[in-house]
Design a protein around this ligand. Structure first.
Ligand code: ADP
Ligand code: ZN
Ligand code: ZN
Length: 736
């Protein structure tokens, strides 16, 4: 029996007489004084005893085993789903129970469905004294031939208030019935026709349909420039998978920001898909989880955790924007959803499609090695041209100061200012991209040089002037901006250093007072609705000048946007991240792709102090292949992913002495094997996070090395004190 707890292995329970269970059954069991959900992992048929998988559960004599309490009214997890959970646990070195918890993420879904009240026409003639208002007549017409339906649905269909239906219930002509009903998502219609595809799109779509027809594991990279129609093309694969009657899963990096994607899905398939992301209410989670488990959700569109939903018959997985780092989960069980999607596809014997305009080196390397197939869409749809990208050298074109009180610091160069003015004059839209939330990334005392730092983290506090707060972007700490320097007490000596989007908006208001501007960051878009409203406002040209963080980079289609200005292209290029160059390239390419998506050509200005940097050269010259080749070569030489393997081991504790002692002990017992290097311990770049002191090891190994086998005995030999946390991150993407 596997319990959704961070325990080492499975537990043994007795199956009482008369209780029907099979491997995968979800049951309730006692543990200590508690009652828990668990999943039957294995059965020993001879004595009907649920047995551990040998993963560490002690073998107890039969008479000491406690019995299973009961089964939950949900379908058993399939063998593929269980193999997937076990695989993820083995790979990430997370306890199987911790992985199971991700699969049983909606505990209320495991309880029996609650009855809902539906209304139907009572089987009796209309009493003669019934007053038949037009509203009542409409309701009765609506209900005449129809089965029992929810109150709100009937009222909406008849265009009346619910009280009209209730009134008819009182009069005895309508009756309420209580039924158990499973949530069901309407079936998308795979036969509806999509847009007429271009030749290259048709060819790619046909190849993808082939992978569905092959009914076997495969991975295909759909590599197409932004605006080439990748979505339309993989919709064809979705249609083919749906036509076989199986389920399909689409993973998107920012599901909360995907309003346009959802509109297109509805336009293509006639209905909305099931959604899965962290903003769902618990009732929505429950309904969706059950609908998936019962096969009542043909298409699920979700964030990475959707991979752990209980699909009984998954036939296709699509990972859109496969290069996105949002697919990497950093806390809890660290895993990369793109990689685990490929594993899930392999275990299920089904195709996976990875789509991107800037595929990751990992994926390109798999294509090169022949493990993945590749389909290219080299052109934008409908003749739209790719934008012209040019570099603005900030060393020679220093942003001129503004004639405003307070020094008038500015961040827009003369060249970019001129381009903005031209674009606005032409009645077109501008996007200014700056990947920094808030007003200023640093606040400094002019008198003593003191910098305002988070009390819980090794990080500067970021001023958010709109909210009137200082915030830590790592732990969420928030406080008022003090009037006096907390260090030397000087009055009015604190000054903002550097730009954030809010400060940039201030600059554009001075330079372009006529332009209607909008701010798009995770602080201003506080939910899917706000995001959708903003996207609509830009599309309908209610906004001339949009200022945004990476949130705007993703997938939006703004036909009238013809200029993208990247305010600080170098941001993110430096720091200890092995993928810094690759990521900067991907992000800036993606942002640049927002320009000129329709008939009007677009242009992009990148402000940089490093115009010779290979990333800038690649962006300006369009030389993606040359850049990737150079980047690959550098990684290969350094033995870094995808040519070598990495794992991080992070220790953290509120007590710095304790974390150092455990780190030293781990360093002494570190595995010493050929092909393996253990670096560290070193204080993490974020040496203190949420009040915990952090030390890191980085483990490097050659590609074929069985990293997990070397790591497991090492970390398991340590019995950490209770307030020390040890986290293993296989294939780390964050090095903070
Ligand atoms: P990508 O995902 O490659 O950036 P999209 O699939 O978003 O590209 O397509 C870009 C735009 O072009 C979208 O508005 C889409 O509806 C449109 N488009 C793509 N292919 C076609 C087609 N064959 N017919 C009509 N419109 C298309
Ligand atoms: Zn001071
Ligand atoms: Zn903090």
């Amino acid at each position: 029996m596997l319990l959704p707890l961070p325990l080492a292995g499975a537990y043994d329970y007795l199956v009482p007489e008369g209780l029907e269970v099979e491997p995968g059954s979800v049951v309730t069991v006692p543990l200590g004084q508690r009652e828990l959900f668990g999943v039957v992992w294995d059965l020993l048929p001879d004595d009907g005893r649920a047995a551990s998988d040998g993963g560490g559960g002690k073998v107890l004599p039969l008479e000491r085993l406690r019995p299973v309490i009961g089964t939950c009214p949900v379908p058993p997890l399939t063998a593929v789903a269980r193999r997937f959970l076990a695989w993820v646990s083995d790979y990430t070195l997370a306890a199987p129970g911790a992985v199971l918890r991700m699969a049983l993420s909606s505990p209320s879904a495991l309880e029996p469905p609650r009855p809902v009240t539906l209304y139907r026409r009572a089987e009796r003639p209309l009493p003669s004294e019934l007053r038949l208002t037009p509203a009542r007549r409409r309701v009765l017409e609506e209900m005449a031939e129809s089965p029992a339906r929810p109150l709100a649905e009937i009222a909406a269909a008849a265009a009346v208030g619910t009280s009209v239906v209730k009134g008819l219930e009182k009069a005895g002509v309508v009756e309420a019935v209580s039924v158990l009903r499973e949530a069901r998502f309407a079936a998308p219609d795979p036969e509806r026709s999509g847009p007429a595809l271009s030749d290259s799109q048709s060819a790619a779509a046909a190849a993808l349909r082939q992978t569905i027809a092959a009914d076997a594991f495969s991975v295909t990279l759909l590599d197409g420039v932004t605006g080439s129609g990748k979505t339309e093309v993989y919709f064809e694969a979705l249609a083919a998978a749906l036509a076989t009657g199986r389920q399909a899963l689409v993973l998107l990096p920012e599901i909360a920001l995907s309003a346009q994607w959802l509109e297109r899905f509805e336009a293509r398939f006639g209905v909305a898909p099931a959604l899965w992301h962290s903003d769902l209410t618990s009732a929505q989670r429950r309904a969706t989880w059950r609908a998936v488990a019962y096969g009542n959700a043909p298409v699920v569109v979700g964030a990475r955790s959707a991979l752990f939903l209980p699909f009984p018959d998954l036939g296709l997985i699509v990972v859109d924007e496969e290069h996105e780092s949002a697919f990497k989960q950093e806390d809890g069980v660290p895993y990369h959803a793109r990689d685990m999607a490929v594993v899930r596809a392999q275990l299920g014997g089904i195709p996976a499609i990875l789509a991107s305009a800037t595929p990751s080196l990992e994926t390109l390397n798999n294509v090169k090695a022949g493990r993945y197939a590749e389909l290219s869409l080299p052109e934008r749809h409908g003749g739209a041209r790719l934008p012209e990208i040019s570099l603005v050298d900030l060393r020679s074109d220093k942003p001129p100061r503004l004639e405003t009180p307070g020094g008038g610091q500015a961040w827009l160069s003369t060249a970019l200012r001129a381009a903005i003015a031209e674009t606005l004059d032409a009645g077109e839209q501008v996007l200014l991209f700056l990947n920094r939330r808030g007003y200023a990334p640093l606040t400094l005392c002019r008198a003593c040089g003191h910098r305002l730092q988070c009390p819980n983290c090794t990080a500067w506090l970021v001023e958010h002037r709109l909210a009137g707060r200082l915030q830590c972007h790592h732990c969420g700490f928030s406080g008022r901006l003090p009037r006096n320097c907390p260090e030397c007490g000087s009055e009015g000596s604190l000054v903002a250093c550097g730009p954030g989007v809010e400060r940039l908006a201030e600059e554009t208001r001075v330079l372009f007072p006529e332009a209607r501007s909008g701010l798009m960051t995770s602080d201003t878009l506080t939910g899917p609705d706000a995001a959708a409203d903003m996207v609509r406002a830009v599309q309908q040209h209610e906004i001339d000048l949009l200022i945004g963080t990476q949130i705007v980079a993703k997938g939006h289609h703004f036909p009238q946007l013809t200029l993208v200005g990247v305010v600080d292209a170098d941001l993110g290029l430096f720091g200890g991240d092995l993928r810094a160059a690759e990521r900067t390239y991907q992000l800036l390419h993606q942002v640049a792709g927002r320009a000129g998506r329709a008939e009007r050509p677009g242009r992009v200005l990148l402000q940089t102090s490093e115009p010779e940097h290979p990333v800038m050269q690649a962006l300006a010259g369009g030389g993606r292949d040359a850049f990737l080749a150079a980047e690959s070569e550098a990684r290969r030489e350094a033995g870094l992913p995808p040519f070598g393997r990495l794992a991080a081991v992070i220790l953290s504790s509120p007590d710095p002495g304790q974390v150092d002692a455990v780190a030293a002990a781990l360093a002494r017992s570190a595995p010493r094997q050929p092909g393996l290097t253990v670096l560290g311990p070193a204080p993490a770049p974020l040496a203190v996070l949420r009040g915990r002191h952090r030390r890191r090891f980085l483990v490097k190994a050659s590609r074929g090395f069985r990293l997990q086998a070397a790591l497991l005995p090492w970390i398991q030999a340590i019995k950490p004190p209770s307030n020390l946390r040890l986290q293993v991150d296989i294939d780390p993407y964050s090095f903070l």
